[in-house]
Structures are given as structure tokens and as C-alpha cells.
Design a protein around this ligand. Structure first.
Ligand code: URA
Length: 229
């Protein structure tokens, strides 16, 4: 895909943000608690929901140890009929505070990138693999991802967008069920049913590693191309 100079200019502007990464740290007995939560998962999830509202209700009423350390369940933002869906990792401090995904520094960067490709944030359906902020923003544990799997799978089915952008390794590995790193998984388009699935770098990584912004922009532009199909 040819990279247009004016888009590159807008995009470089979009990335002019300083990001401070919070220290990741694992909670002490979270593994055990998550295992217990998983055991009760079958009674909490029917695996099929007729409407997004039903799924949202189910998620809001889930019982999980991460709920003990966070303030809000962060379900989603954006319209149900969105053609573009963005899936990230887990809420951070700002998202936890407001109960809305991608509203902190990473979210501002996502909004700026979207604006640079002429997509308004409120046209996009945004969610995360994990609905609760892990303590001190540590990466989600594999058990936590598995606990949320039936719900994010249903989420994708109910939104059924034309294109999904997966932000970062956690979302990419979880949804594509792959073990390799994001660097080798991005650059290729995957399909879930009729939906084009594009893995890309997480915005917090882009804020720390500016040299990766070019590739990320290619991925967002690729999403635009699929949206035109
Ligand atoms: N990072 C994510 O992965 N998701 C959010 O909602 C915010 C930051």
C-alpha cells in the first residue's frame, strides 16, 4: 500500500505524546483465585447470547478476583453496528476510573491515529480481552484470558464487524490463539468468518518505541482498505 505524505505528517503529529509506563507487578495469590473463578465459570456463562445487552449484563454480573482490586467493569464503547472493532488488552487506571476502554494516554493515541485516517472514535466499537484492570497494570495472566474467552468470543460474534484491529500481543495471541510474538504475527491479515483481523502493536508500546509507529500506521491504513471492500 502506498503511504501518502500528508497522512504521514498527520500521523507523526498524532504520535507526539510522552508516555510513562506504570510498573507491572503480579498480585500475590491471583493465580489461585483465578483458578477458583474458572471453576465457577460454567455456571456463569451460557456461551451464547442473543443480544449485546444480554452479553453486557452477563459480564457486568460476573464474579472474578480481579473485581476485588478494580473499581469498574469496563465493557466497551461505540456503536453496536460499527464496521471497525478495536480490541485491546485490559483497562488501565483511567479506564478503570471511568469504566470506558481506551480513555487514557493509549486511548488518546488511538483516537489521533483514527483521526489521521479520517475515522472518528465514536464510529468504532472498542473493547478489551479483559474487563477488569489487573493490579498495578500487570499483564493479564493466561487463566484470566481463558476466563474471559467465552465473552470476548461472543462479543466478536455479536458485533460482527467488517474489520478487527487487535492492539498488542495479549489481544492478538488470545483471539488468534497463537503463541508467537506480535512482531511476527503482525503484517498478516487473518479471518474470523467474514471479518478481517489485523494484529498491530499496542499503543503503549508505540509510545515507548517510536520506530514502530510506521508499521502500526500501515496496519491502520490496511484496515481502511478492508473497510472499503
Ligand atoms: N490499554 C488497553 O489495552 N486497553 C485499554 O482500555 C487501555 C489501555
Amino acid at each position: 500500500m502506498k503511504y501518502e505524505a500528508n497522512k504521514a505528517k498527520k500521523w507523526l503529529h498524532a504520535f507526539g505524546v510522552i508516555h510513562l509506563l506504570e510498573e507491572n507487578q503480579q498480585g500475590e495469590d491471583i493465580q489461585t483465585k483465578t483458578r477458583d473463578a474458572k471453576q465457577s465459570q460454567e455456571t456463569q456463562c451460557n456461551y451464547k447470547y442473543s443480544t449485546l445487552e444480554e452479553l453486557r449484563n452477563a459480564v457486568m454480573h460476573l464474579d472474578h478476583p480481579l473485581k476485588n482490586t478494580c473499581k469498574n467493569t469496563v465493557f466497551s464503547s461505540g456503536p453496536q453496528d460499527a464496521r471497525l472493532m478495536i480490541i485491546g488488552e485490559a483497562p488501565g487506571a483511567d479506564e478503570d476510573e471511568q469504566g470506558v476502554p481506551f480513555v487514557g494516554e493509549s486511548g488518546k493515541l488511538v483516537n489521533n491515529i483514527l483521526r489521521s485516517i479520517n475515522i472518528a472514535r465514536d464510529e468504532v466499537y472498542v473493547t478489551n480481552v479483559i474487563f477488569w484492570r489487573p493490579p498495578k497494570n500487570r499483564p493479564p495472566l493466561p487463566d484470566e484470558v481463558e476466563f474471559c474467552r467465552p465473552y470476548f468470543t461472543e462479543h466478536i460474534r455479536l458485533i460482527s464487524p467488517k474489520v478487527i484491529l487487535l492492539l498488542g500481543a495479549v489481544a492478538t495471541k488470545a483471539i488468534l490463539q497463537k503463541t508467537s510474538g506480535i512482531t511476527s504475527l503482525r503484517g498478516e491479515t487473518h479471518k474470523i468468518g467474514e471479518t478481517y483481523v489485523i494484529p498491530t502493536f499496542h499503543p503503549s508500546y508505540l509510545l515507548r518505541s517510536p520506530t514502530k509507529k510506521y508499521e502500526a500506521m500501515l496496519d491502520f491504513n490496511l484496515a481502511v482498505q478492508y473497510l472499503k471492500i
